[in-house]
Design a protein. Structure first.
Length: 295
C-alpha cells in the first residue's frame, strides 16, 4: 500500500456485475482503498487479486468505508442487501437503475437510517468506464453538499453531472434519455426493415441513415425545448397539417414492402390527435403536452 493510496478516499462497492466490476477496477487503478461485496463471492476473486478487500457480509462492507456505492439489480435488491446493515454516518450513493419515485423513497429510507444519500443514473456501458474519451457519465441527484464532497472520487470511473436536490431527478434524466434512445432505435429498425428485401447494401445505407438522423434530431430537440419554454408552438416550416398529410405514404410504403407499421403508426396517430386538438399551424412540440396525462 503506497502513501498515495492512503490519501485516496476509501470506497465500499456493493454489487459486482459487469458494471460494478468495471467501476471497481477504475477505483483500484486510481489508488482508492476498495472493499467489495457480492452475493456470489466468486465474482470478487479477481478483484481480490488486484488489491480489493472482499467483505464476507454487507454489514462488514458498509462498516469499512464512509463512502458506500451500491450497484445492484434493482431497487428491491438494494433494500434486501442493506437490510440490517448499520448506515449511521454513511454516505450512500445508489447507482442502481430505478424509477424516480423509487429513488425518492430510497433517499427517505436512507435518511431514516442515519445516512446521507445520492442517487445516480449511469449513462455508460461497462467498456466505457475508465475511458474519459468514451464520453460516459453519471447523473447525480440529492444532497448537493454530499455530491461536492465526493465529486472527485465519483468522477474516477466516469464523468459526473449533478442535476438537482430532488433525489428522483437522476433517475428521471436517465430514463428520459434512454426513452429517446429507444425511440430512435425504433425508427432505425423500421428504416432497415424497409430496405431489407431489396438489392440495397445495409452497410452502404447506414451512413445515410446516421447522418440524416443526426441532422434532424439536433434541431428538433433544440426547437422543442425552446417552444416548451416560451409556449410558442407554431411551426410554419413543418407544421402538423403538412406532416399528417404525408403519413399515408409512409404507411403504404411499409405495406408494399411487407413491413409492419407497429413502430411508426403510434406516432402518426398522436400527430393526427395533435392536429385535431390544436390546429394546422402548430408543430410537433404540441405533442409533448398531448402525451402528459391531465388529472
Amino acid at each position: 500500500m503506497t502513501a498515495n493510496t492512503h490519501r485516496k478516499t476509501p470506497v465500499t462497492l456493493l454489487g459486482l456485475g459487469a458494471m460494478g466490476t468495471a467501476l471497481a477496477r477504475t477505483w483500484l487503478a486510481a489508488g482508492h482503498p476498495l472493499t467489495v461485496w457480492n452475493r456470489t463471492p466468486a465474482r470478487a476473486e479477481a478483484l481480490a487479486a488486484e488489491g480489493a478487500k472482499v467483505a464476507d457480509s454487507v454489514a462488514e462492507a458498509v462498516a469499512a468505508s464512509t463512502l458506500v456505492v451500491v450497484c445492484l439489480l434493482d431497487d428491491a435488491s438494494v433494500g434486501t442487501a442493506l437490510d440490517g446493515a448499520d448506515l449511521t454516518g454513511r454516505d450512500l450513493v445508489n447507482l442502481t437503475t430505478t424509477t424516480p419515485a423509487q429513488a425518492r423513497a430510497r433517499a427517505a429510507w436512507a435518511e431514516e437510517r442515519g445516512a446521507r444519500y445520492l442517487d445516480g443514473g449511469i449513462m455508460a456501458v461497462p467498456p466505457m468506464v475508465g475511458i474519459p474519451e468514451a464520453g460516459g457519465y453519471v447523473f447525480y441527484s440529492g444532497s448537493r453538499e454530499l455530491f461536492e464532497l465526493h465529486r472527485e472520487s465519483l468522477a474516477v470511473p466516469v464523468g459526473t453531472a449533478y442535476v438537482g436536490e430532488d433525489a428522483g431527478f437522476a433517475a428521471l434524466h436517465d430514463v428520459a434519455l434512454l426513452s429517446a434512445m429507444y425511440g430512435m432505435f425504433a425508427g432505425a429498425s423500421h428504416a432497415f426493415a424497409l430496405i431489407r428485401g431489396e438489392d440495397i447494401d445495409p452497410v452502404a445505407f447506414a451512413p445515410l441513415l446516421g447522418d440524416w438522423v443526426r441532422a434532424m434530431v439536433g434541431p428538433m430537440v433544440d426547437g422543442t425545448a425552446r417552444g416548451l419554454a416560451s409556449g410558442a408552438y407554431d411551426d410554419s416550416e413543418s407544421n402538423l397539417a403538412m406532416q399528417v398529410a404525408g403519413t399515408p405514404t409512409f404507411l403504404t410504403t411499409a405495406e408494399e414492402q411487407g413491413v409492419s407499421p407497429e413502430l411508426i403508426r403510434p406516432y402518426f396517430e398522436l400527430m393526427r390527435r395533435g392536429l385535431a386538438a390544436s390546429g394546422a399551424g402548430e408543430g410537433t412540440t404540441s405533442l409533448v403536452d398531448l402525451l402528459v396525462r391531465k388529472g
